[in-house]
Design a protein around this ligand. Sequence first.
Ligand SMILES: Nc1ncnc2c1ncn2[C@@H]1O[C@H](COP(=O)(O)OP(=O)(O)OP(=O)(O)O)[C@@H](O)[C@H]1O
Length: 285
Amino acid sequence: MNPEVCAALEKVEVVKSRRSLLQIDKLHFRAGEITAIIGPNGAGKSTLLKVLHGLEKPTAGTVCFRGQSLGGRDLLELRRRMAMVFQSPCLFQTTVYENIAAGLRIRKFRRSEIDPIVRRWAARFGVEPLLERQARHLSGGEAQRVALARALACGPELFLLDEPFASLDPPTREALCRELRAVIKEEGITAVVVTHVMEEVFLLADRAVMLSAGRVVQDGTPEELLARPANSEVADFVGKRRILLGRVVARTGEMVEVATPEGRFRLPAAAGGEGTFLLCLREGE
Ligand SMILES: Nc1ncnc2c1ncn2[C@@H]1O[C@H](COP(=O)(O)OP(=O)(O)OP(=O)(O)O)[C@@H](O)[C@H]1O
């Protein structure tokens, strides 16, 4: 296994109730890279995260973390080198301090070791003034900051996030995306984040993988997905809201003229061949 690969899925299939929920031939997550998993509801995004976290055993295929299969006896030990955060912060009914310390206590860190780590991560996510507060008295944004600090305090090599910002307002979401990306890059962590929101993909991720009906339909940089969507579903998802059926009606030099139900467009000839094709327009075009 290439040391640059943190986690890898090979020929993975998840079947439930005789339905195939996930079918992935090969998907590698490079060390230090932030990958966004996008796709419509029911595409299999959460299932993919669970498989990567060793929570869901695939019906077929192999999932490896740092070159070791998650199907073996070391599963628990391997899972301790990962962390997962959900849309709901799922904090324990205790103080912020104890929440951030929880994973370290489970890992049998000494009290003198725990304190500086808790304070460092609380400061990193701006919740140091809240350390003595009960978790149930936090706002949604504060609670999610604590959940992120709690997860990262344990020093995970692989960080999995399932729509972590979905319940936050847009300014909080944007601020947290920027902070989280900076932290992940500073620490050299590999991260996989499920999201529905393209703004989050652009703020956070180096790479975007689009799933549909349990399969990868496109894998590239967020910019690539926006500029060259593999099909109309990707185009629609990444924000090219208007998909028009076009027909080449004339050619002049390097340009073609395309007739659509919304009028005629002049495009570079390289943009399309002969006959009928789908024209993807960004909002405002
Ligand atoms: N235990 C199960 N038995 C049968 N079907 C299941 C089971 N768990 C999940 N599914 C189905 O698998 C599909 C994929 O679910 P998953 O939660 O991975 O999708 P998702 O892309 O994360 O969706 P969303 O964006 O709505 O959260 C869905 O159609 C879901 O109903």
